[in-house]
Design a protein around this ligand. Structure first.
Ligand SMILES: Cc1ncc(COP(=O)(O)O)c(C=O)c1O
Length: 383
């Protein structure tokens, strides 16, 4: 007799992880891969963070911490809001989490019930849809495209249900498009949500990686938004699995109770080390300058290979290319591209189950030499 397997595991795969697997197989067979599929810095954590981790390893028992994180880190994050955004945040509202991924799970559980409707952008980061789905919360698509720079507008939100929505989740800069809301647009969307009782969730994971105006935080427009951030991107600490949330006061205790039960505490070693991450500015800004160089290089070279319809890329480290003139099946295109050129990229279906077949996402978080070589090979293949 076969035993029951829960429906929640029927959640779609995070396709980029499958692309990484195909790339790893190619590497294991002795063939090189230029990695443009995954959105993670090719650099490690800043030297100061590594030194602080070594210090903590030698001197701390590294047991569980408080469920919302160690005091010095929560205090340091609060100072970060003062320093970077000129926004005062009470450290009691800050919860340290296991990556922003842990923050999404706990925030969704704390703010919503099964059956609630949360609007997300399409294209968007796939795990939003998949985590919401696994929790029985309805993800409501807001299709966005080049005419609104891949960001929401009040009209698009009206079309998605307006006041019937329980939540709206937006990333600025966004994945996969890199597009950003201006300060005025962010203020308008937060205001739209407040007037209609819609909980605004702001994914600010790509803050710090911008190529024009800096990104604005939703915290500047009131205390009822949930703001989520991470040490994975700007701070170059993906595998340390550390993020944070700034919560409205009414959600702090519910979030804490859930965190106690689901995680006990975020990783102790990573927390002790991350306290100094905010002071490693020189190294982190050098990373951002590399992303900017990579972006410039690819904006000049990719169109020559036919990838000439690209989303704005105001921030983050992605170029989202409309490939409909090259292929009507981007999954196949990415498979063939890996085989023919050794360049790994992610098919748009990961980010957009409806129209993603016409798109490919290139990540430019890697080394500049690799980006130049990838562009050269793509040009030779398609140009
Ligand atoms: C928009 C966005 N949000 C959240 C995450 C999750 O990151 P982490 O759990 O490492 O903080 C990612 C990872 O790529 C992302 O692109």
């Amino acid at each position: 007799m076969s035993l029951k397997v829960g429906r929640r595991g029927g959640v779609p795969p995070f396709i980029v992880m499958d692309v990484m697997k195909a790339a790893a197989e190619r590497e294991a067979a002795g063939n090189g891969v230029l990695h443009m599929e995954v959105g993670q810095p090719s650099t490690g954590a800043p030297a100061g963070v590594v030194a602080a981790a070594k210090w903590a390893l030698d001197r701390d028992v590294l047991g569980y911490t408080l469920a919302l994180g160690i005091e010095p880190l929560r205090r340091r994050i609060a100072r970060h809001y003062r320093d970077r955004y000129d926004v005062a945040v009470d450290e009691a509202r800050i919860a340290v989490t296991t990556g922003s991924s842990g923050a999404f799970l706990l925030s969704f559980l704390a703010a919503f019930d099964a059956g609630d409707k949360v609007a997300i952008l399409r294209p968007g980061y796939p795990c939003y849809r998949n985590i919401l789905g696994a929790l029985g919360i309805e993800a409501v698509d807001v299709p966005v495209g080049p005419n609104t720079r891949f960001q929401p507008t009040p009209e698009l939100l009206d079309r998605a249900g307006g006041a019937k929505l329980d939540g709206l989740l937006v990333a600025s800069p966004a994945n996969p498009t890199g597009s950003m809301l201006t300060q005025a647009e962010l203020a308008a969307i937060v205001g739209y949500c407040r007037e209609r009782g819609i909980r605004y969730i702001s994914d600010e994971i790509y803050h710090g990686i911008t190529f024009g105006a800096p990104a604005a935080t939703a915290l500047a427009y009131g205390e009822d938004a949930i703001v989520i951030n991470s040490f994975s991107k700007y701070f170059s600490m993906t595998g340390w699995r550390l993020g944070w949330t700034v919560l409205p006061e009414s959600l702090v205790r519910p979030f804490e109770r859930l965190a106690q039960n689901l995680f006990i505490s975020p990783p102790s070693l990573a927390q002790h080390a991350a306290v100094v991450a905010f002071d490693c500015t020189e190294e982190l800004e050098a990373n951002v300058r590399r992303y900017a160089r990579n972006r410039e290089l690819l904006l000049a070279e990719l169109p020559k290979a036919g990838f000439d319809r690209l989303a704005p890329a105001d921030g983050a480290f992605y170029l989202y290319a409309d490939v409909s003139r090259i292929s009507n099946d981007s999954e196949r295109l990415c498979r063939e591209m890996l085989q023919a050129t050794g360049v790994a990229a992610t098919p748009g279906l990961d980010f957009d189950p409806a129209d993603g077949r016409a798109f490919v996402r290139f990540s430019f978080s890697g080394a500049t030499d690799d980006m130049a070589e990838a562009a050269r090979r793509l040009n030779a293949w398609l140009g």
